[in-house]
Design a protein around this ligand. Structure first.
Ligand SMILES: C[S@@+](CC[C@H](N)C(=O)[O-])C[C@H]1O[C@@H](n2cnc3c(N)ncnc32)[C@H](O)[C@@H]1O
Length: 227
């Protein structure tokens, strides 16, 4: 189910300890990103979403709070995937370790097309893959995949959310790190791409989105898929 709530308070209220098979978190990177500025008026297509423009100590507190919830709800040995870019990677890696996670890998998402940027245009992001605990660590489904994923990004003028991720990316994560019928939790729903992928792949899922506008967008996306 999709909840209009913060993942921090929402998970605290609704999800029992060690019941979740996979957590996916595509958090605000704290970069004040409003989408492409290649528009007629050169203004970003969207407004900055919540928690994407915080003073650093507040952003740190925010991340440690949702990481604490992610750790609490995950079953031991299960996986968390966290999207982040090179600017926030060092902090996020430190906070993951402080929260008890063991980082297993850092996937490079090669978006296949260049984006914005000046000193070399951006074409990649990172997806940190980490586990809860050190014993009985779950293995991903296959040994034939590498940690570089070439998946085309959605062109900036076609997204329905400023940081919308391709559904194939979420499907790959879900298929690699969970089985049919297992329970997937998405902490930052945005356009609803994780719930969409989870439905297609027959996973049980819950997702949180704190912004009423984006909650409405993801609700609509899921409704369209069901009809
Ligand atoms: C990076 S975007 C996620 C984009 C999404 N993965 C997609 O592909 O559409 C982060 C989203 O988290 C939401 N958000 C920010 N703080 C939140 C919180 N505390 N709990 C839940 N959602 C939050 C923002 O409104 C934003 O829509």
């Amino acid at each position: 189910m999709l909840y209009l709530d913060s993942c921090i308070e929402g998970a605290q209220k609704l999800i029992e300890d060690e019941t979740v098979d996979l957590v996916i978190a595509d958090p605000p990177y704290n970069l004040k990103f409003g989408g492409t500025t290649q528009t007629k008026n050169k203004k970003p297509r969207f407004q900055i979403f919540p928690n994407d423009n915080l003073p650093f100590p507040d952003y740190r507190r925010f991340c440690l709070a949702w990481l604490k919830q992610a750790y609490r709800i995950l079953k031991p040995g299960s996986h968390v995937y966290i999207f982040i870019d090179w600017r926030t990677y060092p902090d996020m890696a430190r906070w993951l370790k402080i929260s008890g996670f063991t980082i297993k890998n850092c996937i490079v998402w090669d978006k296949k097309n260049m984006g914005m940027g000046w000193q070399y245009r951006y074409q990649h992001e990172f997806i940190i893959m980490a586990v809860k605990g050190k014993k009985n660590v779950r293995r991903i489904r296959t040994r034939s995949q590498t940690d570089v994923w070439q998946i085309s990004r959605i062109p900036g003028n076609q997204t329905i959310h400023p940081t919308e991720k391709p559904i194939d990316m979420m499907k790959r994560i879900i298929e690699n790190s969970s089985e049919e019928g297992e329970y997937v939790v998405d902490f930052f729903a945005g356009s609803g791409v994780v719930p969409d992928a989870a439905e297609i792949l027959n996973r049980r899922w819950d997702a949180f989105e704190v912004d009423p506008g984006w909650y409405a967008v993801s609700t609509e996306r899921l409704k369209e898929k069901r009809t």
